[in-house]
Design a protein around this ligand. Structure first.
Ligand code: IMP
Ligand code: MG
Length: 184
C-alpha cells in the first residue's frame, strides 16, 4: 500500500487494505453459498466500478452460478448527479431467476433504486444486493437495503479497487480515502 496517492491534484490516504477486502469478499461468498444453495444464481455486475469486486466474489463462491454485466453511470467527479443513465442492458432472461446485483458502493442509493425497479419488471424470482461499500449516512432513498455489505463507511470520498475519480484509480488494489482537509 502506498503512503498516499494523488489524482487530479487531490491527495488520498490508505483506508482499507487488499487483505481486509479479501476477508470480507470471502465472508460474503460463504453467505451467498448458504442463502442460494441449489438456486444457480445469476450475478449481475454493475459496471464500471464493481468489476474487481464482482470478479473476486464470483470466483470465491463455490457453487453453480452465472455472471452478466450491465453498465450504469450517475457520478460526475466527486458528486452523485442523481441522474442515473443506463449505458448497456441485460441480454439474459432473468424471469424466475435468483439475481444477485453486485455494486461497488451504495452512496445516495439512487442508482440501486432505479436498477432494482428496472429488474423487477423482468420478473426475477428474487433479487439480492451485494455491495462492497455502503455509506448509510448518504442514503436519500428509504427502500434500498443491501443484503450483503462489505464495509459500512462514513460519507467520505474514496477510490481504488474499482472506485474512480473521473475514470482514474480503479486499478489500485487497496482503497484510499480523500485527505481530510481536501473533502468539500
Ligand atoms: P448512488 O446512486 O449515489 O448510490 O451512487 C452510486 C455510484 O456512485 C456508485 O456505483 C459509484 O460508482 C459512485 N460512487 C459513490 N460514492 C463514491 C466514492 O466515494 N468514490 C467513487 N465513486 C463513488
Ligand atoms: Mg458504480
Amino acid at each position: 500500500m502506498k503512503e498516499s496517492v494523488t489524482y487530479n491534484g487531490l491527495t488520498f490516504v490508505p483506508y482499507i487494505t487488499a487483505e481486509q477486502i479479501k476477508e470480507r469478499v470471502d465472508a460474503i461468498a460463504r453467505r451467498i453459498e448458504e442463502d442460494c444453495r441449489g438456486k444457480q444464481p445469476l450475478f449481475v455486475c454493475v459496471l464500471n466500478g464493481a468489476f474487481p469486486f464482482a470478479s473476486d466474489l464470483f470466483r470465491s463462491v463455490d457453487m453453480d452460478a452465472e455472471i452478466t454485466f450491465l453498465r450504469l453511470k450517475s457520478y460526475d467527479g466527486m458528486d452523485s448527479t442523481g441522474n442515473v443513465k443506463r449505458m448497456m442492458s441485460l441480454s439474459e432472461d432473468i424471469a424466475g431467476r435468483t439475481v444477485i446485483v453486485i455494486e461497488d458502493i451504495i452512496d445516495t442509493g439512487r442508482t440501486m433504486q432505479k436498477l432494482i425497479a428496472d429488474l423487477r419488471e423482468l420478473h426475477p424470482a428474487d433479487i439480492k444486493i451485494a455491495t462492497l461499500l455502503h455509506k448509510p449516512d448518504a442514503l436519500v432513498v428509504d427502500d434500498v437495503k443491501p443484503d450483503y455489505v462489505g464495509f459500512e463507511i462514513p460519507k467520505k470520498f474514496i477510490i481504488g479497487y474499482g472506485l474512480d475519480l473521473d475514470g482514474l484509480a480503479r486499478n489500485l488494489n487497496d482503497i484510499y480515502v480523500i485527505k481530510e482537509k481536501e473533502q468539500n
